[in-house]
Each structure stands twice: as structure tokens, then as C-alpha cells.
Design a binder for this molecule. Structure first.
Ligand SMILES: Nc1ncnc2c1ncn2[C@@H]1O[C@H](COP(=O)(O)OP(=O)(O)OP(=O)(O)O)[C@@H](O)[C@H]1O
Ligand SMILES: [Mg+2]
Length: 243
């Protein structure tokens, strides 16, 4: 199977629950691929396995031509795989600005001595402006609202130079104007060659942005193809109506 990311036969059980079950798919280089499916269909578990936060019981993951099964999240990040979380994760004790600097690869000593390059400072300032985070730039991330944390996490991904970005429900809790700003950034990055895998419940967002979409049901793909066809596919409709 070809792709920047390939997942072959991965499986994960939690007690009696088969969260992911013999799941195989590929994410083509340069695509904006959607990963959708009803609640509990295994989307976040797939993300956690691919990004090294969970060990799969079975199966293999390849990224950028290498087998990366079981690598830890830090190694994968350095290889160009970055992600966001359904429940946004940021460094709570760091300020908003420091969170962006860390994402750009600065180390703790550099942060403390404020040796942050001009280009990175400018990039961070522009992102804070666009995502209406300027007023909170010097607050600790723990003081942000849920929606602000989602935006900070998204901005942090844009500070790094990933090959593949995996977004888990990026728009949840974010206002519509800022969702449009997110969309623009995603398209700009895609044009610059970055590949995206996006989990999202907002179907109009998925329909506007993603092609192909992969639909999961009970931990395995039941459909892969253009979004318009997914909407008309009987198995996909059954999966959503049955949930
Ligand atoms: N750490 C865990 N311990 C036990 N069960 C889990 C755990 N994580 C996930 N599950 C179960 O695995 C299944 C898949 O969950 P997962 O979170 O991957 O689904 P999802 O598609 O991301 O759902 P949602 O759309 O609600 O975010 C569910 O039945 C869930 O309850
Ligand atoms: Mg989820």
C-alpha cells in the first residue's frame, strides 16, 4: 500500500471492547484526508496508536517510508508527525507565547533566556493575532477557555514543520469565524505540501475540506472515497443511523 502514512491490520482491545479491529488504510502524500465515523467507532484510538500514545495489540504502521510501529510520540514528532487532541493538550504552566515557542522547537533554557529568533517571534505574533489570542499571550495556558486551548494547540501545530498533521476534532468549541481562519491555514499548508488527517464531527467542514474520507465503523474502515459518495453510501448511512 502506498501513502505517506499506512496502517495495516491494527487492532486494540480495551477489556471486552474491540476499539480498533483489523484496521487498514493509507493516507496519500499531500492529501487532506478525513477520518469520520459515529461516536465510539475508534477514531481517537487509531490516532493514539499512530502517534505512539497507545500500543496496538496487532498490526503495523509505516510513516514516510519507514516502519514506526511502537515508536514513542517524541520520536514521531521529530520525524514530522504532529497532532492535536480531542481534549486539547497544551503545557498548562507555560504562557500561551511560550507554548508556541516550545512547539517551534525551542528548549527550556532558550525560553528562560528569551533567545527566540525574530522569524519565530513574528510568526507567533501573527498567529496570536489571527486567532484572537493576543490579549492572553502572557497568561498561563491553564487559564484559557476550552475553545482558546483548541486554537492554541492548532497554532502550535502551525509553528512546527510537520510532514503530516493529525487533527482530532479541531473545530469543537471554536467560533465560526475562527473555524474559517483554521480552514485557510489548513489549505495554505496543504498547498505547501503538508498532508492532513482530520477527525471531525462537523460534516460541512469535512465536506468542504476533505477528500478522500475514510469512514470507520466498529474500529474498521467501511468506506474510502470522495465525500459526496460517502454521504450517499448505504453502509455509511446505516453506520450513522445505527449508532
Ligand atoms: N482508554 C480506554 N479504556 C477503555 N475503553 C476505551 C478507552 N479508549 C477508548 N475506549 C473505547 O473504545 C471505543 C472507541 O473509542 P474512541 O475514543 O477511539 O472512539 P471515537 O471514534 O474517537 O469516538 P468519539 O467520536 O466519541 O470521539 C469506545 O467504545 C470507547 O469507549
Ligand atoms: Mg474521539
Amino acid at each position: 500500500m502506498n501513502g505517506l502514512l499506512t496502517v495495516e491490520g491494527i487492532g486494540k482491545r480495551f477489556g471486552g471492547v474491540r476499539a480498533v479491529d483489523d484496521c487498514t488504510f493509507a493516507v496519500g502524500q499531500g492529501t487532506l484526508t478525513g477520518l469520520i465515523g459515529p461516536n465510539g467507532s475508534g477514531k481517537t484510538t487509531v490516532f493514539n496508536i499512530v502517534t505512539g500514545y497507545l500500543k496496538a495489540d496487532t498490526g503495523r504502521v509505516h510513516f514516510a517510508g519507514r516502519e514506526v510501529t511502537g515508536r514513542d510520540p517524541g520520536q514521531l514528532y521529530r520525524q514530522g508527525l504532529s497532532r492535536t487532541f480531542q481534549q486539547a493538550r497544551v503545557f498548562p504552566q507555560l504562557t500561551v507565547l511560550e507554548n508556541l515557542a516550545v512547539a517551534a522547537g525551542y528548549t527550556w533554557p532558550q525560553l528562560f533566556t528569551r533567545r527566540i529568533g525574530r522569524a519565530d517571534r513574528e510568526r507567533a505574533a501573527a498567529l496570536l493575532e489571527e486567532f484572537t489570542l493576543v490579549k492572553v499571550a502572557d497568561l498561563q495556558a491553564s487559564e484559557l477557555s476550552y475553545g482558546q486551548r483548541k486554537l492554541l494547540e492548532f497554532a502550535a501545530v502551525l509553528m512546527s514543520s510537520p510532514k503530516l498533521v493529525m487533527l482530532d476534532e479541531p473545530t469543537a468549541g471554536v467560533n465560526p469565524v475562527l473555524i474559517q481562519t483554521m480552514e485557510r491555514h489548513i489549505r495554505d499548508r496543504q498547498e505547501a505540501g503538508v498532508t492532513f488527517l482530520i477527525v471531525e464531527h462537523d460534516m460541512s467542514f469535512v465536506m468542504r475540506l476533505c477528500d478522500p474520507v475514510i469512514v470507520l465503523e466498529a474500529g474498521r474502515p467501511i468506506f474510502t472515497g470522495p465525500p459526496e459518495q460517502a454521504q450517499a453510501n448505504p453502509a455509511v448511512l446505516d453506520a450513522y443511523l445505527g449508532s
